[in-house]
Ligand binder design. Structure first.
Ligand SMILES: [Zn+2]
Length: 181
């Protein structure tokens, strides 16, 4: 709660949008000029759905005209993959639906798993395996997730990429265009 207060007191919201519902494009962006490599429709293709914020963290609807297919592919295989690994425990515990389904978490030992079937979370754990700690007396359960190895700098870059995708065209051109160089 204190962390939420800190952000609301010290930061401005630069973008707010609904990430569910039908597909729609950010309107305030230059159509078919890639913000990340500078290519236009003459040098690159823009045929794939470029999610302004990664689909793997629940964005089903918000698309950008300003990301070429090549950059989309590079982000998907690179920084967004690291973000996915970093957030997997959180996505699993929160049941956030990714590209196709709610993400399964498998423990590093492969002995425990949390998956989803018909909307229900299923926890598979051997008795006495410390992955799950059940306190019957206090009616609590602790799940000891381990984060998949990832590159923290790539996770940071993924958040920067989302920011650069959603800010207004004027702000991008006047203040942040150099960030992508
Ligand atoms: Zn590009």
């Amino acid at each position: 709660m204190r962390k939420i207060l800190y952000f609301s007191e010290n930061y401005d919201i630069v973008f707010q949008g609904d990430l569910k519902g039908s597909k729609r494009y950010l309107e305030d962006s230059e159509k078919y000029v890639c913000r990340f490599c500078g290519s236009t429709h003459k040098e690159a293709t823009f045929t794939k759905d470029a999610h302004a914020i990664s689909e793997s963290i629940g964005n089903k609807s918000l698309l950008s005209y300003s990301e070429c297919d090549e950059c989309n592919k590079i982000f998907g295989n690179g920084i967004e993959d690291h973000l996915g690994k970093f957030l997997l425990p959180l996505k699993n515990a929160s049941a956030i639906k990714g590209k196709n389904s709610k993400p399964t978490y498998t423990s590093p030992s492969n002995e425990s798993r949390i998956d989803f079937k018909d909307g229900t979370m299923n926890i598979h754990n051997l008795e006495n395996n410390p992955f799950v700690e059940i306190d019957n007396l206090n009616k609590t359960m602790i799940i000891n997730y381990v984060t998949t190895p990832h590159i923290p700098a790539a996770v940071f870059k993924a958040f920067v990429k989302f920011f650069l995708s959603v800010i207004k065209e004027d702000d991008f051109r006047n203040k942040f265009e150099n960030v992508t160089k």
